[in-house]
Write a protein that binds this ligand. Structure first.
Ligand code: SF4
Length: 234
């Protein structure tokens, strides 16, 4: 359940970024509850419901309460990035309190990084508040859910496109997707699919195999780690 005065938050914790361009940077992670997709390989299924789960129920926080939680999790030059993630945090744009919270975080001097699946158009006001987007369009199951105008709404600030690849079908889909939406000249990261060290290794082996490299060769991509799975951070 959502209401306009509070945000449904599952976790606020200091950790390190485990993926993409800012991999290994210290961050304060804020995990919003609720997602509009249901990816079969999702490694945070507990974040799908707006209510959280029985073992991790969502807390209903005002903007001030959320910022107080962030500050107590870490407030110094080392932890100056707040990583807004989910679930799908962009669903919360429709609550005015989301903007209040981001404005307060900016006033404290935090940099704001947002992880999104890229299916929801970013409001123009977000460009003033967000320093970095990691946009992760989902392939195979949801590849036909994307629109150019929605993807383009993330290009107003520094951003990367982060794709999960588990095998041949994903690889072909990513190449087609990048071409279809004109993402060739942006930063592209490929992440191995998997929720265990073993399954990640299988996916990584495909991406780095001769077959994988041949399919993906038109992309100017970098490989992304998934340290949250590999070393067990959140
Ligand atoms: S979009 Fe992200 S959080 Fe939502 S189901 Fe897919 S992987 Fe999980």
């Amino acid at each position: 359940m959502r209401n306009q005065d509070t945000l449904n938050i599952l976790e606020v914790a200091s950790t390190i970024q485990g993926e993409g361009k800012y991999n290994t940077y210290p961050v304060i992670l804020v995990r919003f509850a609720g997602c509009n997709l249901r990816c079969s390989w999702c490694d945070t299924k507990y974040s799908w419901s707006f209510n959280g789960t029985a073992s991790l129920p969502a807390k209903h926080l005002t903007a001030e309460e959320l910022v107080a939680n962030v500050v107590s999790a870490g407030y110094d030059s080392e932890y100056n990035i707040v990583l807004i993630t989910g679930g799908e945090p962009m669903l919360w744009q429709y609550n005015r309190v989301f903007f209040e919270a981001l404005n307060l975080l900016k006033d404290y001097g935090y940099l704001i990084h947002v992880e999104t699946n890229g299916t929801i158009k970013a409001f123009k006001e977000m460009d003033e508040l967000v320093n970095f987007y990691a946009v992760s369009p989902k392939q195979t199951e949801y590849k036909n859910s994307y629109k150019k105008e929605v993807l383009d709404s993330y290009r107003g600030v520094e951003h990367i496109w982060k794709f999960v690849v588990g095998g041949k079908e994903d690889a072909y889909n990513v190449v087609e997707f990048v071409k279809k939406f004109g993402l060739e000249y942006d930063d592209i990261y490929l992440m191995p699919e998997g929720v265990t060290v073993e399954s990640l290794e299988r996916s990584r082996s495909f991406i780095t195999s001769e077959e994988g490299k041949e399919i993906l060769k038109s992309l100017n991509y970098r490989m992304s780690e998934r340290l949250q799975i590999e070393v067990g951070i959140i």
